[in-house]
Design a protein around this ligand. Structure first.
Ligand SMILES: Cc1cc2nc3c(=O)[nH]c(=O)nc-3n(C[C@H](O)[C@H](O)[C@H](O)COP(=O)(O)OP(=O)(O)OC[C@H]3O[C@@H](n4cnc5c(N)ncnc54)[C@H](O)[C@@H]3O)c2cc1C
Length: 428
């Protein structure tokens, strides 16, 4: 891999966002003294993505407020941040120390590294629809997407959102709050089906309808239609036509495994890592949205988590691994999705639940669902009930439970019900 410009990177972290920045910061906090190079494809220094579909899109936050660290942080911590450079190729040195090698960027810079971390995240899933290339068909993953969308929303009258997951619904809420006519088209028979129980999906369907957003379930987009240049609508598989000036596709993400594949690392719907964030080459670590990892609460099976909490926690673990240590990082996953004034907070993972307890009144837009398996607390989805969310997060963090019979009474604070898990509870 010949390069025109060669630099010695020490630890090379590819991907400068939530996980990459945390990894660099954790290395320094843990006393790493060698050079650290953080390379990112985006021209912007690392920033928070969650507000892009919320406050930023709604015009309530400017990009400057989203920076993850102040500009001085990088120099103060001797982190060499290289922005606007995509790592195009990477190879390990068979004869060198484990984990060492060379990478080359798209602009031809050669990066020689002693250790490698992949924090390359995920890219929006592109739908191969006829008309998908028309002007006005948008995705939402990074600042440039969100800035473009924000401008388009100032003039678009009719918006179709393809995909009723978190990002699609958050963007729909923002567009609706700006007074746009919004229709969400979801192929599944309920909203956010991968993440929440049917009861929560139904609550959100009704809540969005109440706010004037149309929701079509079990509806598949067959084509985006245009006037030759610009989008004018979408056509559904059943022939229905929905007029639109703007089509936002929120169909999930695809983990960016291309560099890992070049390195011959195991990938299976993400870069496969173990509990210490080691890839199938134990000298190379990976963290964040690009990874599939052991279930954080049971250690069994593999999951891919797309959340700030996971990116940060895995990055802390990966930093410790690079330093030859083990990290004691809290393993309870948590997540939030703010759709306008509806604040959904989730802790734990509800997959595999066999029982649920509903606290409060969905009609009053303040309720929680606690999920159990064999009577053991698994997770909570809390809508506008932050105290319930905090209590369950605390209980799960302590390996404790909350009595399902008493949890149903919304007048009893959940935090007063946290109790040790009975010894008889079967292992998850
Ligand atoms: C609109 C939106 C809203 C969200 N809302 C929430 C929320 O409410 N709560 C929550 O917990 N999570 C939310 N998330 C998810 C959260 O932002 C991600 O889980 C988190 O950003 C993952 O961090 P990461 O560093 O693993 O990956 P990313 O943030 O995807 O960063 C990966 C970085 O690597 C760069 N990169 C990739 N390949 C290369 C390469 N070859 N060379 C150089 N650079 C490369 C990419 O350009 C990118 O900047 C949201 C995400 C989006 C897009």
């Amino acid at each position: 891999m010949p390069g025109t410009d060669q630099r010695h990177c020490g630890t090379l972290i590819v991907g400068a966002s939530q996980a990459g920045l945390q990894l660099a910061a954790s290395l320094r906090q843990s006393g790493a003294t060698g050079p650290i190079t953080l390379v990112g494809e985006e021209v912007h220094p690392p920033y928070q993505r969650p507000p892009l579909s919320k406050e930023f899109l709604a015009g309530r936050a400017d990009f400057g407020a989203l920076a993850l660290r102040a500009p001085a942080f990088y120099a103060e911590n001797a982190i060499d941040l290289v922005s606007g450079e995509r790592v195009a190729d990477v190879a390990l040195s068979p004869a060198g120390p484990p984990g060492s090698g060379r990478a080359v960027t798209a602009s031809g810079r050669e990066l020689v590294f002693d250790r490698l971390a992949l924090t390359v995240g995920a890219a929006p899933r592109r739908l191969p629809l006829p008309g998908a290339e028309l002007d006005g068909v948008c995705y939402l993953r990074d600042h440039d997407d969100a800035a473009d969308l924000r401008v388009r929303l100032t003039t678009a009258g009719r918006v179709v959102v393809v995909g009723g997951g978190f990002i699609g619904l958050e963007a729909a809420a923002a567009a609706r709050a700006l007074g746009r006519s919004v229709t969400v088209v979801e192929a599944a028979d309920r909203l956010m089906a991968r993440a929440v129980a049917p009861l929560v999906s139904e609550f959100y369907r009704r809540a969005h309808l109440r706010r004037g957003t149309d929701i079509l379930l079990g509806a598949t987009v067959a084509a985006v239609e245009g006037d030759g240049r610009r989008v004018i609508g979408v056509r559904l598989a059943d022939g229905t036509r929905l007029p639109a000036d703007l089509v936002l596709i929120g169909a999930g993400v695809v983990p960016r495994t291309e560099l890992a594949e070049r390195l011959g690392l195991d990938c299976d719907g993400g870069i496969v890592v173990d509990a210490r964030c080691r890839t199938s080459d134990p000298a190379v670590v990976a963290a964040g949205d690009c990874t599939v990892r052991p279930h954080p609460m049971t250690g069994e099976g593999r999951v891919r988590l797309e959340s700030v909490q996971n990116a940060v926690a895995q990055a802390q673990v990966a930093a410790a691994t690079l330093l030859g240590r083990t990290a004691d990082v809290p393993s309870v996953p948590w997540f939030w999705s703010f759709q306008g004034d509806l604040k959904l907070q989730m802790a734990g993972l509800s997959a595999g639940y066999d029982g649920q307890v509903v606290r409060g009144e969905p009609d009053g837009e303040q309720f929680s669902v606690l999920y159990y398996r064999y009577g053991r607390l698994l997770a909570v989805d809390a809508v506008n009930r932050p105290a319930d969310y905090m209590a369950v997060r605390k209980a799960l963090g302590r390996g404790a439970t909350i009595d399902p019979d008493r949890a149903a009474d919304p007048g009893v604070p959940l935090k007063t019900l946290i109790a040790a898990e009975p010894d008889t509870a079967p292992a998850l």
